[in-house]
Design a protein around this ligand. Structure first.
Ligand code: SF4
Length: 325
């Protein structure tokens, strides 16, 4: 039996022969939280573990029907919750600063497996805040390597008759896969895009993010430059601050030139250290200096507050090893 969560409402209508029935079922399942309907599987991933961080973030391990495990992080914010979810089991891209990259890729998640991670996390928050959440595809995996299923999941999440998550509250995080980016730019559904640069030169980025050897930094930034302004505003660049590797003033200068006049934002992410990584977090003073250089060049630049790093739930820390700890 196919999972209900794999179906867009239009596909469901085709299946049932009635759009009105499909819309009613969407309401029942996504809004009224009905947990059983005839002829469809409504099983959700099981929550096998939850690690609560001192800052309130919760890292979850979701077990899928075939026994594979992926991770998600629920982050309480002032006004709403953010659900960080996975798009693949593991990841093939092997970024050097990322623990998930050490796992390699096991498989893609189906659209239903992506959507159902949101439902499991929604069930974990107080019902008063039920509609106030954002979704970020920043967990395990490179979403653009699982293009069809991720786009299908976004369509399901955004459906007005279901969860109705506005597209500006859905963020797709990518290492900069050009074919996927180009395809996405032609879609009518365009979520927020978070593109990891992490490296101001091709030499450094080749080393830290091997995908750069295929799709170099200029191509990625050039792609963003070619987007219409309304879409460019939805792009955020991410840059991991690694001591002695990505944190120099010269690198900040190079990035300023590269990104000047683009109108996109930049997020500096202090590296989340781990004994399994051969890197150290950049010093706070160097991160501040880096930010100032970009700000002076007119690039709106934030420093991301690290959440959940004491439970390995922060960016780049999602790794299956030691899950049962
Ligand atoms: S940073 Fe993202 S793309 Fe790179 S290895 Fe980790 S999960 Fe994959």
């Amino acid at each position: 039996m196919k999972s209900f969560f794999d179906f867009t409402r239009m596909e469901l209508a085709g299946h049932l022969g009635s759009i009105a029935r499909a819309t009613r079922l969407y309401h029942s399942v996504y809004r009224d939280r009905v947990t059983a309907i005839e002829h469809f599987d409504l099983a959700l991933p099981s929550l096998v573990s939850c690690f609560e961080s001192a800052d309130g973030a919760r890292r979850y391990l979701f077990q899928l029907a075939d026994g594979e495990v992926v991770e998600g992080v629920l982050i309480p914010e002032k006004q709403r919750f953010t659900f960080c979810i996975s798009s693949q089991v593991g990841c093939a891209l092997a970024c050097e600063f990322c623990l998930t990259g050490q796992l390699g890729l096991t498989r893609n998640l189906s659209a239903g497996e992506i959507v159902s991670q949101v439902l499991v996390q929604r069930a974990e928050i107080p019902s008063g805040g039920a509609s106030r959440f954002s979704v970020v595809l920043m967990g395990m995996g490179e979403p653009l390597q699982n293009y069809e299923n991720v786009l299908q999941a976004i369509q399901i999440l955004a459906d007005d008759h279901g969860l109705a998550v506005p597209l500006h509250r859905i963020t797709l995080s990518t290492a900069g896969l050009m074919p996927g980016l180009e395809r996405l730019s032609k879609e009518s559904l365009f979520p927020n895009l978070s593109i990891s640069l992490t490296g101001a030169t091709n030499t450094i980025r080749d080393r830290l993010m091997p995908i750069n050897r295929k799709y170099p930094i200029e191509d990625v930034v050039g792609f963003v430059r070619g987007l219409p302004v309304s879409r460019r505003k939805r792009v955020m660049f991410e840059y991991v601050m690694i001591k002695g590797v990505t944190d120099s003033a010269a690198d900040a200068g190079r990035l300023s030139k590269l990104l000047g006049g683009l109108g996109t934002k930049m997020n500096l992410i202090p590296l989340n250290q781990s004994p399994d990584l051969n890197f150290e977090r950049a010093d706070h003073a160097d991160i501040l200096r880096f930010q100032q250089i970009l700000l002076k060049a007119g690039v709106t630049t934030f420093i991301r507050k690290t959440r959940g790093d004491d439970v390995s739930g922060a960016c780049g820390q999602l790794k299956k090893a030691g899950l049962s700890a």
